[in-house]
Design a protein around this ligand. Structure first.
Ligand code: PLP
Length: 459
C-alpha cells in the first residue's frame, strides 16, 4: 500500500492539526512532515511513499512475531464476529478463560491467577494496588510503599509514574503519589562501588533494597518492583545472584516481589518470562506488549495463589477494574500469538541467535564513542561516552547533537530504533524476534558509519 503524494501530505497536515503524538515534541513538526506508517510485513514497515524501514524497535518492544501476520489478523476477525466485546466483570468468555489458563500454565511456581488489564502501566498500577489491598486483607495495613530502581520506566499513570525513576518525566506532574522509594540500578558500567567485582556489586545493589526496607520501616513496605533486565538506562542485566538475594531479602521482611516484565516477557530474553531466565520466583509478574505482539492491546498481572487467597472468602473483593481488560478480541489474538510462538519455536530462535546479535553489535566496541554494549536476548543497548578511557560523559548539548545525528541518520538509512538520553545517552535495539543475522549485520553496518561520524562531532 503506497499513498499518492497528495494523500500523504493531507494525512501529515491532518496529523499536525489533530494527532497529539505521545512523548513527542510537537514543535518539531512545524517545518517537517509527520511520518505516516501504512503497512508492515515481517521485520519491516513501509511509510506512505513506499519507503521501507527495518523495525529495530519492534514497534516499541512489542511486535515479537513480526508485522503482517495473517494468523493474528484472522484470529481477531473471527473473535470480533463471534463476540466482539464482553467485560471480565462477573463473567468470563472463552478466549479470556483459555488465555488466563495458558498464561498461568506457562508461569513459574504457583503464579496461577491472571488479572487482565489493557497495557503495561495498568498492570503496574494493579500490582501496587493489589500489594496494598492484600496486606490490608492479611492484617498489615501499614504496608503501602513500593521500592523501585533509579532510572527505571514503569508507566505513566500516577502510581506507575511515581515508581518510574526518571525526574524529567515526573517533575511536571508533582506532587507524585507518596510511598515510591528508589534504590540504585544494577548498571555495573557506572558502579559507584565494587567497580571491579560484578558479584560483589550485585550483592551491594541487592543489599541497597534491604537497607531501603529497614530505613523506611519494613512494616510500611508492601513490595519491590524490578524488571529482569532494566530497559531505561540501557538494557541493564542483573548481576549473578542478584535476584536470588532480592528474593531472600523480600521474604525476610514479608515484602512482595513484583517482576515488571512488560518488555522482558514473551521471548524478548529467549524465555516466556524473564524470571525464568534468571531463575527467581516473584509474587507477581506484570506483562503486556509482546503478549499479543501488539496486534491488539492487552496486559495482565499474573499473581501467586497466596495473593488471591484473602479474596476468595466472604464478600472480599479486589476493588479494581477497567472496562476493556481482557478484551475478547485481544485475548483471541494473544492465544494465536502464543500458538505462533510454539509453532515457530520463537524462544529457541532467540536463544540460538542471541550470541549472533551480541557479536554483530560487539563489532562496534572498538569505536571511541561506544562505552559498553550490554543486554540479553534480543534486547541490547549501546551506552555512548565522550571519553572511553575514563567513561566520561557528554555535556547535555553534546549529547543532544550526537543523538540528533544518530536519530536522523538511522531514519535516513531506513532503520527505526531509539537513541535517547533518558538516563545516559545510548541506543536501544530490540528487533522483532523473527530477525536473524542479515538484520543484525545491517544494523551494525549502519551504526558503524553513524557512530564514527557522531564521535567526530564531539572530538
Ligand atoms: N513497564 C515497563 C518496564 C515498560 O517498559 C513500560 C512501557 O514501555 C511500561 C511498564 C508501561 O507500559 P504501557 O506503555 O503499556 O502502559
Amino acid at each position: 500500500m503506497t499513498l499518492t503524494e497528495t494523500e500523504t501530505q493531507r494525512l501529515s497536515e491532518l496529523a499536525k492539526r489533530h494527532l497529539w503524538m505521545h512523548m513527542t515534541r510537537m514543535g518539531n513538526f512545524e517545518d517537517q512532515e509527520v511520518p505516516v506508517i501504512v503497512r508492515g510485513e515481517g521485520p519491516y514497515v513501509w511509510d506512505a511513499r513506499g519507503r521501507r524501514y527495518l523495525d529495530a524497535l519492534a514497534g516499541m518492544l512489542t511486535v515479537q512475531v513480526g508485522h503482517g501476520r495473517q494468523e493474528l489478523a484472522e484470529a481477531a476477525a473471527r473473535q470480533a464476529e463471534q463476540l466482539a466485546f464482553w467485560p471480565v466483570w462477573g463473567a468470563g468468555h472463552p478466549p479470556g478463560i483459555e488465555l488466563a489458563a495458558r498464561i498461568a500454565n506457562l508461569a513459574p511456581g504457583d503464579l496461577n491467577r491472571v488479572f487482565f488489564v489493557t497495557g503495561g502501566g495498568e498492570a503496574v498500577e494493579s500490582a501496587w494496588k493489589l500489594a496494598r489491598q492484600y496486606h490490608k486483607a492479611v492484617g498489615q495495613p501499614g504496608r503501602y510503599k513500593l521500592i523501585s530502581r533509579a532510572g527505571a520506566w514503569h508507566g505513566v499513570g500516577m502510581g506507575a509514574l511515581a515508581l518510574t525513576g526518571l525526574p524529567a518525566v515526573q517533575l511536571p506532574f508533582e506532587p507524585l503519589v507518596p510511598g515510591a522509594v528508589k534504590v540504585p540500578s544494577t548498571n555495573f558500567y557506572r558502579a559507584p562501588v565494587f567497580a571491579d567485582d560484578y558479584e560483589a556489586f550485585g550483592e551491594w545493589a541487592a543489599d541497597e533494597i534491604d537497607r531501603a526496607i529497614i530505613r523506611e520501616g519494613a512494616a510500611s513496605v508492601a513490595g519491590v518492583i524490578l524488571e529482569p533486565v532494566q530497559s531505561s538506562g540501557g538494557c541493564i542485566p542483573p548481576p549473578p545472584g542478584y535476584f536470588q538475594r532480592v528474593r531472600e531479602i523480600c521474604d525476610r521482611h514479608g515484602v512482595l516481589l513484583i517482576s515488571d516484565e512488560v518488555i522482558c516477557a514473551f521471548g524478548r530474553l529467549g524465555h516466556t518470562y524473564g524470571a525464568g531466565r534468571y531463575d527467581y520466583l516473584p509474587d507477581m509478574i506484570a506483562v503486556a506488549k509482546g503478549l499479543t505482539s501488539g496486534y491488539s492491546p492487552l496486559g495482565a498481572l499474573i499473581c501467586s495463589d497466596r495473593l488471591m487467597e484473602p479474596f476468595l472468602q466472604g464478600t472480599s473483593t479486589f476493588t479494581h477494574g477497567v472496562t476493556f481488560a481482557g478484551h475478547p478480541v485481544s485475548c483471541a489474538v494473544a492465544l494465536a500469538n502464543l500458538d505462533l510462538f510454539e509453532a515457530e519455536d520463537i524462544l529457541g530462535h532467540v536463544r540460538a541467535n542471541e550470541p549472533v546479535f551480541r557479536a554483530a553489535l560487539g563489532t562496534l566496541e572498538d569505536l571511541p564513542i561506544v562505552g559498553e554494549v550490554r543486554g540479553a536476548g534480543f534486547f541490547y543497548a549501546i551506552e555512548l561516552v565522550k571519553d572511553k578511557a575514563t567513561r566520561g560523559k557528554f555535556t547535555d548539548e553534546e549529547a543532544d547533537r550526537v543523538l540528533a545525528h544518530l536519530n536522523a541518520g538511522l531514519f535516513d538509512a531506513g532503520i527505526l530504533c531509539r537513541a535517547d538520553r533518558r538516563v545516559d545517552p545510548g541506543i536501544i535495539l530490540c528487533p522483532p524476534l523473527i530477525c536473524g543475522p542479515e538484520h543484525f549485520d545491517l544494523i551494525a553496518d549502519v551504526l558503524r558509519g553513524l557512530l564514527t561520524d557522531a564521535g567526530q562531532l564531539v572530538h
